[in-house]
Design a protein around this ligand. Structure first.
Ligand SMILES: Cc1ncc(C[n+]2csc(CCOP(=O)(O)OP(=O)(O)O)c2C)c(N)n1
Length: 1172
């Protein structure tokens, strides 16, 4: 016989079968006859064991003489009756004693944990006189209560089909229940209680007693079973807040918590009738149509209505719903109140009057704004249109809700509520679920609580849960939320409505997520045409026998006398009549509009606007200076903000640019943000490490070097009445965060939302958002967004996975026809082309063009997503700078940047016209310069690849009509923009009459990887491209380059030596000044002498040292500033790694009257030093 390690009794003889005793929780009581000898009892009762037998023996003889002389529990044990009155009350112990006090001796008073009658005495462990059984009983009762609270859901009766037992086993119902209770109670299952009617003091951790502090054990067990193992399984004990746990208990444990008034019950039935009636009606009228009905989880509709009503009562004004196909039409009709006739129109197969592809009816969005009858308040409900990709709408809904909160100034989410519906298989199967819910507590992404409802029909298409998840519940992924999960049997309407109501209250009270797991079934196949018996025969045999919940609930209410059967029949026929009338009305519709199903109406934006009017994006230099002065300055002195030395240096460099009226990438971007903020446009930048910038180029958020969490973001302090600027480091998610920011951008057209990828190729993991929302959202759902996506892209020899943002994919998804030359004579051509495209794809090369592109995103009468392939080394490239005049009122976005150097001045002399896009431009101009072909090769940058600038390309063809046409790219042939531009070049050339030329490709050969990881190979490939375009360097070229390098090295040496001797002189001067002071120590002269000798020595070494310095300087210029931030390498490309580094160029200080491109052809002058 085993001894229970905790209780010290033999557990195998204590267990009396629950079914035999009809007891709860395996709690065991054998009524003991007072005549039984202790010896006889001992045989069966292991309370008496070797170690306490003598003690019990004594007690027994005492009790035999006078039953009142022993403790009441022993009296009960030996055969007497336990009563509430003579039970020693726990309060006789020092009930207020804390655990800490107990463990530490409690200040010497009443510290005994073992004493049944401590009474304020010093802590003593009571030995044989203690009433151990009584104490154990109480402790076990407490443990049992806690076990129910923690694990009661494991024994809850959740499955209306009764297939999956409470423990997931396939035993007989009775055995299942035993197993389930064992799973809840674990070791306590084997504990023996003498009397189930014995009264116990309830601990303060339960509210099952209501106003009662004491309850008989049987009643305690009954109540726990009812609360925790009925049709609701509450998972909440993982919540770390005791207060929240208490709140949950108030809403589930308190007697009467789940009671409904008759009128509430009637309302539930009415709503159930509509839910079931809607599906029945569609099934009758459109037998073969897919509608993904909700039958089997019909309670979803009343549950959602309850959430809407309760939330509206609690102050919510706007609800955002995300959901998949299942029950969607029913939700649109019965929750959002989209007119049934409008929904039925979708079934009639009629034509849409507006352009676009539209979408299937069970993906469409809805926006309604109506009076809520229950709360008598207005409420807006949006169901966000979604693709078939399950769960990917989740982050979009969250972002949209968050943006709405911002727009309304709803800082705690009191007025805006997101509700997301999930399928059981998709909730646990799709990673995007985790990515989305994991944002729930992030300051820049929180929605202050989302209500999740899982429509758990216990099957995913044809797959059983046991094959589709490893977790017990499909909701286990949500346990990261530290929020309650209510599992509820969908065939118990009142239990479901109760959970819905509590969920709404929870969200309003705590602003935290909450999950409802509606466990039901699917009455039909995956869709109505599917045969479910193929794959789930037994399940469906049961389903066929089940009455719909609406019927069973109606019968229940009839039994309870709440309604009469006639009332129910009238409800059913009344709703049928409504549907029939709507059906007749819908038949009158001859057409409809996709825009009737728009989920983001943007009131006022589309009305009275000239969509073709392109708004200017340039600003006055004064504004730039104002923004620049704040952006480039350290925090104001009064902030007493310790700034990092490196940041101070960067700010200094920025101020120098301001002075020189020139902007690098960071400044250009800041100008765009700053000017938009000034205009009242809210700007939000989100992504991994965006605050600093992956390449350490942005530094929008400065961190106090001495105080934790003290930050300074200068762009938030440009103007007193500016719009809000948010820049937020995101979680390490692409899909979730991109989806969120897409949703954010949908809330208002007057916001610039930017998502920046760490490296462009990481956008791969967000592909569904690009494919199904961003590139096609407008055509499917008439929904616009001006979201900007920045994808760092360029071949820097950094390996396959950090090089390519996969331009080719985005261009392949662009929907302009490659074979149609558009009407470029139209004066609105540019606007028309932009309006017609599904998104804009750019690969920008100048800060000014970035500035205009960003401003253009929010300037006109339409919104388009912008995918920009962002620079890496070009961020720091000394030539990638724009003079202020490129930002001013006369400037604008340049779709192409034509040649403006020597070749541009004499186009007739040009032999080669090279088109390119992005960073390769800077390589090309350097190589052209090295090859001394500045007058014969013209280089044109295509900044906006899609939509293709046909008109401007045509002009270039005209201008260089005799030149050979070349497309140069650094990407591999099957990648980059080549396949997109090739077809469009052909169309342009064809259109350009008599032109027989064609564009030849110069780039890397096809490859499955986006780049080599080997630097030598990288440079060799580079040389091949450049040799292909410019030919090999001639001897004269080489000599000139060598001379140039030498001259530059000499100059650097001289400068270095000069600065060294200058600093030495200063030091000597300082030392001399010190020497003028009275000498204090006799040995001072000697020391000074030896020091000056040392100085002499080092002066001699100066020239050598400065040579090293110069080399170092140049190496630095040609190598990455840090691992994450590659410095421009174009200067060193030709000479593979082993070769001597070449100096890079520095941009000339811009003068407002010089054209931007003249910088590119300028030969190194005396200011040309390697950029640090
Ligand atoms: C990402 C994704 N994968 C696969 C599918 C195909 N599919 C559509 S519905 C479905 C079953 C989903 O099961 P569940 O989430 O339980 O929802 P239910 O259809 O049962 O309501 C599947 C596999 C899809 N639409 N999206």
């Amino acid at each position: 016989m085993k001894i229970n390690p905790i209780y010290g009794f033999r557990n195998n003889c204590m267990f009396i079968n629950r079914s035999r005793q009809k007891l709860h929780g395996g709690a065991v009581l054998a009524a003991k006859s007072s005549n039984q000898s202790l010896f006889e009892k001992n045989k069966r009762d292991s309370v008496v064991n070797g170690s306490n037998a003598v003690y019990v023996e004594k007690l027994f003889s005492k009790w035999s003489r006078d039953p009142g002389s022993v403790n009441a529990s022993w009296n009960a044990y030996f055969g007497g009756k336990a009563s509430t009155h003579n039970l020693p009350q726990p309060k006789s112990r020092k009930s207020s004693q804390s655990l800490e006090e107990s463990l530490s001796g409690g200040g010497g008073k009443g510290g005994s944990l073992g004493g049944g009658s401590g009474g304020g005495k010093a802590p003593t462990i009571q030995g044989p006189n203690a009433d151990w059984k009584y104490i154990d009983d109480h402790l076990v009762v407490q443990a049992i209560i806690r076990a129910y609270q923690t694990r009661g859901h494991l024994a809850a009766d959740l499955d209306p089909l009764g297939i999956v037992g409470p423990t997931g086993s396939s035993l007989s119902p009775e055995n299942k229940k035993v197993q389930a209770t064992k799973a809840v109670l674990r070791q306590h299952y084997y504990y023996t209680f003498n009397d189930l009617n014995a009264v116990f003091k309830l601990p303060y951790t339960t509210l099952i007693g209501g106003d009662e502090q004491f309850l008989p054990l049987q009643e305690i067990l009954d109540r726990l079973e009812r609360v925790y193992c009925g049709h609701i399984g509450v998972e909440y004990m993982m919540i770390t807040s005791l207060y929240k746990c208490h709140w949950i208990r108030q809403h589930f444990e308190k007697p009467g918590a789940i009671d409904f008034k008759p009128e509430d019950k009637k309302l539930i039935l009415e709503r159930l009738t509509r839910s079931t009636g809607f599906e029945n009606f569609l099934a009758k009228k459109f037998i073969s149509e897919k509608r993904f009905g909700i039958e089997g989880c019909d309670i979803l509709i009343p549950a959602m209505k309850e959430i809407v009503d309760e939330s509206s009562r609690l102050g919510v004004e706007s609800i955002f719903i995300g959901m998949a196909h299942r029950g969607r039409l029913n939700v649109l009709s019965n929750v959002c109140r989209k007119p049934i006739a409008d929904i039925l129109t979708q079934f009639h197969g009629i034509k849409a009057m507006d352009p676009g592809s539209g979408d299937v009816k069970y993906h469409l969005g809805v926006f309604t704004d109506r009076q809520n009858r229950q709360s008598n308040k207005r409420i807006r409900i949006t169901v966000v249109a979604n693709p078939s990709h399950l769960e990917f709408v989740n982050p979009v809904v969250l972002g949209k809700a968050r943006a709405e909160m911002f727009q309304r100034g709803d800082i705690n989410g009191d007025k805006v509520l997101p509700i997301i519906l999930h399928g059981d298989a998709s909730f646990c199967g799709q990673g995007i679920v985790f990515e989305s819910i994991h944002m729930s507590e992030l300051p820049a992404y929180t929605t202050y609580g989302t209500i999740h409802i899982v429509v758990n029909n216990q099957v995913g298409f044809t797959t059983d849960p046991r094959f589709s998840r490893s977790s017990r519940y499909c909701t286990d992924v949500a346990r990261v939320l530290n929020a309650p999960i209510f599992h509820v049997n969908a065939d118990d309407p009142e239990a479901c409505i109760h959970c819905a109501r509590v969920a709404a209250k929870w969200r309003a009270k705590f602003h935290k997520d909450v999950v409802i797991d509606l466990v039901g079934y699917r009455r039909n196949g995956h869709n109505e045409a599917d045969e479910p018996m193929f794959t789930q025969p037994l399940m469906y045999q049961r389903i066929r026998k089940l009455k719909p919940v609406t019927v069973t609930y109606a019968e229940k209410l009839v039994r309870e006398g709440v309604i009469k059967m006639d009332d129910y029949t009238a409800m059913v026929s009344g709703y049928e009549k409504i549907c029939n009338e709507a059906f007749e009305e819908s038949k009158k519709n001859e057409s409809f509009k996709y825009s009737d199903w728009l989920d983001s109406p943007w009131p006022g934006f589309f009305q009275g606007r000239d969509r073709l009017k392109m708004c200017p994006t340039g600003v006055s230099v004064k504004v730039l200076e104002h923004i620049g002065n704040i952006y480039c300055a350290p925090p104001p002195e009064e902030r007493n903000f310790a700034v990092h030395k490196g940041i101070l240096r960067i700010l200094g460099q920025r101020r120098k640019m301001l002075k020189d009226r020139i902007a690098d990438w960071s400044l250009g971007e800041a100008f765009a943000f700053g000017t938009l903020l000034k205009d009242g446009i809210h700007v939000r930048v989100s992504g991994q490490d965006v605050e600093r910038g992956t390449f350490s180029h942005r530094h929008h958020v400065l961190h106090h070097q001495k105080e934790d969490k003290v930050k300074y973001n200068p762009l938030q302090y440009l103007y007193p009445d500016q719009a809000k600027y948010d820049i937020c480091n995101s979680s390490l998610s692409e899909c979730g965060v991109l989806g969120f920011d897409l949703g954010y951008s949908m809330a208002s057209p007057h916001t610039l939302v930017i998502w920046e990828a760490q490296f462009g190729d990481f956008a791969n993991t967000a592909q569904p958002i690009f494919d199904t929302f961003l590139c096609s959202g407008e055509t499917k759902w008439v929904r616009q967004t001006g979201l900007v996506v920045l994808l760092p892209h360029s071949m820097e020899g950094m390996g396959p996975e950090h090089s390519s943002g996969r331009i080719e994919r985005f261009l392949q998804l662009s929907d302009d026809d490659p074979d149609v030359y558009p009407d470029t004579s139209d004066c609105d051509f540019v606007a028309r082309q932009l309006i017609a495209t599904n998104w804009i794809v750019t690969n920008l090369t100048t800060p000014a063009n970035l500035f205009h592109a960003l401003r253009r995103q929010v300037s006109g009468g339409f919104r388009k997503p912008l995918i920009n392939f962002a620079p890496k080394s070009v961020l720091r490239h000394p030539m990638a700078r724009s003079p202020f005049r490129d930002f001013n009122e006369c400037s604008a976005f340049q779709r192409i940047i034509p040649e403006t150097g020597e070749a541009g001045l004499k186009p007739e002399c040009v032999k080669k016209l090279v088109f390119c896009s992005g960073k390769v431009y800077y390589d090309l101009i350097k190589e052209r310069d090295d090859h001394e072909q500045n007058d014969t090769v013209a280089i044109v940058r295509i900044e906006q690849i899609c939509p293709f600038p046909y008109d401007l390309i045509t002009k270039q063809l005209e201008l260089y009509k005799d030149a050979e046409l070349i497309w140069a790219q650094e990407e591999h042939k099957n990648q980059g923009a080549w396949s997109y531009v090739q077809a469009r070049f052909d169309t342009t050339i064809l259109n350009f009459q008599k032109d027989t030329r064609c564009v030849t490709y110069h780039g890397r050969p096809p490859n499955s990887a986006s780049s080599t990881g080997n630097k030598v190979q990288h440079y060799n490939e580079y040389n091949d491209i450049m040799n292909g375009i410019f030919g090999k360097l001639t001897e004269a070229n080489k000599q000139r380059l060598a001379d140039q390098i030498k001259a530059q090295q000499d100059r650097a040496l001289k400068e270095s030596a000069a600065s060294y001797s200058k600093s030495k002189k200063e030091k000597v001067k300082k030392a001399e000044k010190k020497d003028d002071k009275p000498k204090q120590a006799s040995g001072a002269d000697d020391k000074k002498n030896s020091k000056s000798k040392k100085d002499e020595k080092s002066m001699k070494a100066a020239s050598g040292k400065s040579a090293k310095d110069a080399k170092k300087k140049m190496k630095k210029a040609a190598s990455p500033a840090d691992e994450a931030a590659p410095a421009p390498k174009s200067a060193g490309m030709r000479s593979a790694p082993a070769a001597k580094p070449k100096p890079s160029r520095k941009a000339e200080p811009a003068k407002d009257d010089q054209p931007q491109s003249s910088q590119k052809s300028k030969k190194p002058g005396k200011d040309d030093k390697p950029d640090k």
